[in-house]
Ligand binder design. Sequence first.
Ligand code: AMP
Ligand code: MG
Length: 396
Amino acid sequence: MITVEEAKHIILENTQDFGIEEIPFLEAAGRVLKEDIVADRDFPPFNRVAMDGIAINHRFFEYGVRDFKIEGIQPAGAPQQTMENAAHCYEVMTGAVLPNNCDTVIRYEDVSVNTLMATVNIDDITENQNIHAQGSDKKKDTILIKKNTIISAAEIGVLATVGKATVKVAKQPKVLIVSTGDELVDVNKNPLDHQIRRSNVYTLVSLLNNLKIPAETAHITDEKSVLKEKIESYLKEYDVLLFSGAVSKGKFDFLPEVLDELDVQKLFHRVSQRPGKPFWFGTTDNCNVFAFPGNPVSTFVNCLVYFYPWYKKSVGVSSVKKTAILTEDISFKPNLTCFLQAKLTSEKGQVYATPIQGNGSGDLASLVEADGFIELPKTEEVEFKKGSVFPIIRYR
Ligand code: AMP
Ligand code: MG
């Protein structure tokens, strides 16, 4: 049985390139940018008036002038005008181009204005104040957003402002999520006493939605021939298959044999971890197969620990490692990596993890009480001390 570290390594050695597509910029939120976005002009593109008020030539203020004849008005959206007499002023609006011959803007709050004249009521005026100088944010041709950035609302605004109506992003993989098991019925059905509703596929759909991957779903009963027939066609059609269930040691856990018979190359089966130990991972020329054990906490944690970094590396995004401080002593006997559900809190910039004692890997209700998992390393030691720092996997 391999370790979690070895399993992660193998998975990251087997990433895929899904290619690039060009999509409307507003649909790009959450997607991974595949081109550098450069400033098509200076930011701001002209000396922008930053306050409603009057624009003057500072020299005259220095000479002691306080009354300025109003020569004109420069609204936002009008071409730049020229103040002919440097001893005059222009009324200017936020967002307007600063008129020629002006270098200082005084806000309306600090002047008295009638139709002809503006009188400045304060003495504390600095040259160039209230002007957002052309190119002071970014110069034309500067890279504003780097390739491989995950696009958020902040980037959407920048894309709009540089006129990128369409943008190149990483294509998403074609994913099918398959649940297995004769005991499972769908959400809208009333289960019989010996049945349960299938939940893992929807957890996985939702986890993939977080990555903006639109996944399809299917269900297969525990019949070997049916499994084989269906998976054979899925392998041709999809880039990724995510299974839940049928990879453990049960009499009806046919998935490993079926995948083997279909020539999917097994890269590992079983990882020294809890929960999620019977995880199976393999590959064909065009498809990666993640077969997670069916217990809901196992499926959940394995998707976060293995599928997420695999996907991120595939699309060129680095995974950020996070840690937290354990708030109480924990003892964990088996010599396995333990993914322990935890409530995560922040205080003075530090993240603290308080373990939630769930009722094992079948207890999906306890996931609601936690925010993530703490990764306690595989070690001979049984005690993990309060105050120690461990990696965390946050899902909230
Ligand atoms: P298996 O890995 O197939 O042995 O399943 C382990 C446990 O997880 C069993 O109790 C299953 O009923 C449960 N299980 C499997 N798949 C799902 C699913 N899609 N939703 C909820 N529970 C599941
Ligand atoms: Mg099963």
